[in-house]
Every structure is written in structure tokens, then in C-alpha cells.
Design a protein. Structure first.
Length: 219
């Protein structure tokens, strides 16, 4: 990766988020701000109906969305993100999608250090698919700094944008909620991706000037 001049273009930013039918945010996972009226995004019950979605993106393309679900007699229900489920998603959805787009050989895979992301099977899959040098994650050669949402475009842009669009027509079922997420992911343009990712450059410069402290309040 050190010899890759296009590393920022090849970096795949990844994350998971909860979307609830009541338009709320799990603030324990990440910080989200509504783009039009922050007062409309409120914290609600932990037991609201929700979907859990994974999305990845580079400066030019979106991978996903993929939903964490399990089959029941009456259909699919939202499943907790655990190591085996995440490994299954990597093996059956994420890695094949990258291969189909002819991106697998040059992708630098970034993920945070959540426990499911560093399960043994997950780490084995990532090493086989990308090599240790093309993974930015805890337990790999290149570790991403923990608790740094101001340096991740998933946190400072993606989830904010998607939630502000997905909740516009107030989805009334999980099926409608998932359809809205899929639709809004399709509306993301390469220009939006490029701008969001390259916004990290001034953020990194500001971080250096601020001795590594949080910088979101300066932006």
C-alpha cells in the first residue's frame, strides 16, 4: 500500500448502521446529523423496529447495501451483527461484488475495530482476499485509529446523507425502509463520492495541527 499512488481512490470505506421505522439513530454506534433540521432526528426506544445495513464505497462506486438478516418461518428478520454473519456477508456478498466490478485486486479494505470485524474467520477471509497490507483494521499491519468518526466519510457524510433522504417519505414497514435505502444508494453519484472521500485530506491536515485531538468542532 505504501507504493500505491492511488491509495485514496482504491480505499473502500465500510461501516454498518441501524435504520429504524421511527427515524432515529443509535448514537452509541456513531454520530449522525440531519442535513435540513437536526431537531427532527430524535433518540427513541432501543426496541424500535429496525434494519441493520452494511455499505461500502470508494471515490467512484458504492458496494451494497447489504442487510444483516436471518430467515424465520414468516420471512427475514433483522439479525445482530456477529462474527460469523459478517464473515458470511464478506464471503457471499461483499467480496463477490468487488470481484464483479473488477476491483478486488486493487481495493484497500477499511473497517473499524468492532468485535465482529476481527473475528478469526473474518481476518482469515480478509487476508486471503486482500493481503495483510491492503486491510486497514485492528489486528492488521495498518490499523485505523479507534473512535475517530471525524476521519471516516461513513460517519461524517454517508449515514447523514442516507438518513436525511430515506426518511423523507416516512417509511411504514421494514420492506419499505429497505427499498428506500437501496434506492438512495443508487442516487449517490461519483462526484458525491469523490468529494466526500477527498474531504478527509483537510481533516487529516487539521488533525496534525491539533496534535491528534478531535477536530469535528473546528469543521
Amino acid at each position: 500500500m505504501a507504493e500505491d499512488d492511488d491509495w485514496l481512490s482504491n480505499l473502500l470505506w465500510t461501516d454498518e448502521a441501524h435504520f429504524t421505522l421511527r427515524g432515529s439513530v443509535n448514537t452509541h454506534k456513531c454520530r449522525i446529523w440531519a442535513t435540513e433540521n437536526p431537531r427532527t432526528v430524535v433518540e427513541t426506544s432501543l426496541h424500535d423496529e429496525k434494519v441493520t445495513v452494511w455499505v461500502g464505497f470508494t471515490t467512484s462506486t458504492v458496494i451494497g447495501p447489504f442487510f444483516f438478516e436471518k430467515m424465520r418461518d414468516f420471512g427475514f428478520v433483522t439479525a445482530t451483527v456477529m462474527g460469523e454473519r459478517y464473515a458470511d456477508m464478506l464471503q457471499n456478498r461483499i467480496i463477490p461484488s468487488l470481484a464483479n466490478k473488477h476491483l478486488l485486486e486493487r481495493t484497500i479494505f477499511m473497517q473499524d475495530g468492532a468485535p465482529p470485524h476481527i473475528a478469526r474467520r473474518v481476518k482469515d477471509l480478509l487476508r486471503r482476499s486482500f493481503g495483510d497490507d491492503r486491510v486497514l483494521s485492528h489486528h492488521f499491519h495498518h490499523a485505523w485509529p479507534p473512535r475517530s468518526p471525524d476521519l471516516s466519510p461513513c460517519d461524517y457524510w454517508l449515514w447523514d446523507y442516507l438518513k436525511s433522504q430515506v426518511y423523507r417519505d416516512r417509511p411504514t414497514s421494514l420492506g419499505m425502509l429497505k427499498d428506500n435505502i437501496r434506492l438512495q444508494c443508487l442516487t449517490i453519484t461519483p462526484d458525491m463520492l469523490y468529494s466526500a472521500v477527498h474531504n478527509i485530506i483537510p481533516r487529516l491536515q487539521l488533525l496534525l495541527r491539533n496534535d491528534g485531538e478531535h477536530i469535528e468542532h473546528f469543521l
